[in-house]
Design a protein around this ligand. Structure first.
Ligand code: ADP
Ligand code: MG
Length: 252
């Protein structure tokens, strides 16, 4: 067993080092350093346009960074398919807009990636899908289409669908901000359940109650930078920078 530090550490699921990204001449990520350790739960918050979604999207290669290094589970992300495969296999992603396939049933949505990407048999994919639909408490919706479900139910299907790939880490990008208020809790409860099971999670959210009860670390981003990060207790009771204080003043 190696020491749990250094570049080869098995304990680091995601490592970003000096990551920079531009959209044309606009720099959207400035020198981002971030390590996510196995079992760690991180909440990222910050004003609209600060680069939170871009950071998450660079980790799962929906966007490409132009400088610096990103490694997922020890594999550096580059232009080769094998690495893209690593990301698709190891990283689960839940978006604000649920992104389910509308023409597939809930069950089929959950079975697709394991069969296509992992080569899982249909029978095994179905058993796994039903198990995770059970876990997000909607097994009875398995044969419906996404359009027949409420937003909260669709988001829980999206979470179940990600879990079916048995990811090492789950990325969430404002998973409750498109939901009607009465549906926010059911999705947060599902995420709290994942946290209790020890899932490694990187969540962009402004649900500060969730951050306080679940996060090991809260990161505040502004203008493409990580401005400050701390335990939730310290972050909320004694924010260090004026930008953080002003942001918290607006949302709390
Ligand atoms: P956040 O998620 O914190 O609101 P984003 O990562 O979505 O921030 O966006 C950060 C900045 O990058 C914003 O100014 C946004 O307008 C800009 N941006 C995001 N996506 C693109 C794109 N595809 N092309 C050009 N600019 C973009
Ligand atoms: Mg965003």
């Amino acid at each position: 067993m190696t020491v749990a530090s250094g570049p080869m550490s098995a304990d680091v699921v995601i490592r970003m080092e000096g990551v920079q990204k531009w959209y044309d001449h606009f720099q959207v990520l400035k020198d981002i350093d971030l390590e996510v350790h196995r079992g760690e739960r991180i909440v990222i918050c910050g004003p609209s346009g600060s680069g939170k979604s871009t950071l998450i999207r660079c980790i799962n290669q929906l966007e490409r960074h132009q400088k610096g290094r990103i490694t997922v589970n020890g594999v550096e992300l580059g232009p080769h398919h094998r690495q893209l495969d690593t990301v698709r296999r190891e990283v689960g992603m839940v978006f604000q807009s649920f992104n389910l396939f509308p023409h597939l049933t809930v069950l089929e949505n959950c079975m697709l990636a394991p069969m296509k990407v992992r080569g899982t048999t249909k029978a095994d994919a179905k058993a796994t899908a039903l198990r995770y639909l059970e876990r997000v408490r909607i097994p009875e919706q398995a044969d419906k289409y996404p359009g027949q479900l409420s937003g909260g139910q669709q988001q829980r299907v999206a979470i179940a669908r990600s879990l079916c790939m048995n990811p090492k880490v789950m990325l969430f990008d404002e998973p409750t901000s498109a939901l009607d208020p009465e549906m926010v809790k059911e999705v947060l409860d599902t995420m709290i359940g994942l946290a209790e099971d020890g899932m490694t999670m990187l969540c962009v959210t402004h649900e500060m109650g969730f951050a306080k009860s679940v996060a090991h670390r809260v990161i505040f981003m502004d203008r493409g930078e990580i401005v400050e990060q701390n335990t939730p207790e310290a972050f909320f009771s004694a924010p260090k920078s004026e930008r953080t204080r002003s942001f918290l003043g607006q949302i709390l």
